[in-house]
Design a protein around this ligand. Structure first.
Ligand code: SF4
Ligand code: SF4
Ligand code: SF4
Length: 386
């Protein structure tokens, strides 16, 4: 059992795998929930690229679910939260009085992670978990657009009637439960970019990864009897797409996003816009950090949703994140314009008085967008009136 520092929990934790040193760079993404329109273009872009074949009908590596009732597989998060609670009754609490900018930005989580809960229950599993039933996998967009009780009137900061879209892909976790649980060592984390991949030649379909992943993002394929998962579109990241002439490109689900809610980059690189959003501005938060896998997909939480629900989902950084998003600094406003602005990977950026500029890893400019859209008034001679 290795001891690792999980910065999202603000403390050391047990991880049941003697992991090699962390990757040189870590793939990461930020999703701005406030801008998602639930169109599922991302979902279909992933499916039409990677999982359209026989046996993959129920594989939705990218899915967008309507919270609070929707989920794919159904109830995945409520089930994991209940398992944590069973293993450690009443203990899932944060101490937000102890904060350190780099090592404990949200305070300290004093509850049990999925790894620690398994240790406590002594069931011999690397992580607590479960294998969803066929029924739970059968309805990828159940309860779409279903809000909680109707009550007239809605003003910020919180709406009494609410739902929101939660966009989900594999989190390419720093401490992946899927990897730790695989008895065949078929799952590995790439040293060059932290992407978590599953070697189908080694997999024997035991579904230990499906059981252990708290986000339920590995999926079993009945006709080949092996598991599959999101590959972070690594051929695009490696520059294999002729469209960009060998330049690293963002994933399919990110580049096709109609609402321009997604941004991809390197979380550990000081110059990256991702690093700014997560570590410096702290406007983007991890999904269920208490699970303990240190996920690398981050979310700007929805402004209108009751805070207790958001705190359970994104941890105690919610108030600060929403306050920053509601009154953005000039730099944040600029970085938000870079979402969906190019298919190439933005490695660093610069914000001027009125423009946001993105650069590739070599320092060459790849995108330039205005921070405030110019207003253009149609001249009187061109008005559509007779
Ligand atoms: S989200 Fe699940 S499948 Fe993806 S790396 Fe984390 S534990 Fe593994
Ligand atoms: S990163 Fe690629 S493989 Fe993963 S969900 Fe998005 S489109 Fe699918
Ligand atoms: S394509 Fe973008 S806006 Fe549409 S559902 Fe996906 S994340 Fe939301």
């Amino acid at each position: 059992m290795a001891k690792v520092h999980n910065w999202q929990l603000g403390r050391e934790m047990s991880y049941p795998y003697e992991a090699p040193q962390g990757p040189r760079r870590q793939f990461a993404a930020v999703f701005n929930i406030n801008r998602c329109i639930g169109c599922q273009t991302c979902t279909m872009a992933c499916k039409s690229t990677w999982t359209f074949s026989q046996g993959q009908e129920y594989m939705w590596w990218n899915n967008v679910e309507s919270k609070p009732y929707g989920g794919y597989p159904q109830h995945w998060d409520m089930k994991i939260l209940s398992l944590l609670e069973e293993a450690n009754p009443g203990g899932q609490k944060w101490d937000s009085s102890v904060k350190e900018a780099d090592t404990a930005p949200y305070g300290v989580y004093n509850g049990a992670t999925i790894f620690e809960a398994a240790e406590n229950t002594k069931a011999g599993q690397p992580a607590i978990g479960y294998i969803p039933t066929d029924l739970e996998w059968s309805a990828p967009n159940i309860h779409e657009d279903t809000a909680i009780r109707f009550q007239a009137g809605a003003t910020l900061p919180e709406h009494p009637t609410w739902f929101f879209y939660l966009q989900r892909i594999c989190n390419h976790c720093s401490y992946p439960a899927c990897l730790a649980a695989c008895p065949r060592q078929a799952i590995y984390k790439r040293e060059e970019d932290g992407i978590v991949l599953l070697d189908q030649a080694r997999c024997r379909g035991y579904r230990k990864c499906v059981e252990a992943c708290p986000y339920k993002k590995t999926m079993y394929r009945g006709n080949t009897r092996v598991s599959e998962k999101c590959i972070a579109c690594y051929p695009r990241l490696e520059g294999g797409d002729p469209l960009t002439g060998g330049e690293p490109m963002v994933t399919r689900c990110i580049s096709t996003c109609v609402g321009k809610i997604r941004l991809q980059g390197w979380i550990d690189d000081e110059k990256s816009p991702l690093n700014f959003l997560v570590h410096k501005e702290r406007v983007a938060l991890p999904l269920y950090p208490q699970f303990g896998t240190q996920p690398n997909v981050y979310y700007i939480p929805p402004r209108w949703v009751p805070r207790p629900y958001l705190r359970q989902m994104f941890g105690p950084g919610v108030e600060e994140a929403i306050a920053k998003y509601a009154n953005p600094s000039h730099e944040l406003l600029g970085v938000l314009q870079l979402f969906g602005a190019t298919q190439k990977l933005i490695a660093s950026y610069e914000i001027t008085a009125d423009e946001a500029i993105g650069f590739n890893a070599g320092g060459r400019e790849i995108v330039r967008v205005p921070i405030v859209e110019p207003v253009i008034v149609r001249p009187p001679e061109r008005l559509n009136i007779t």
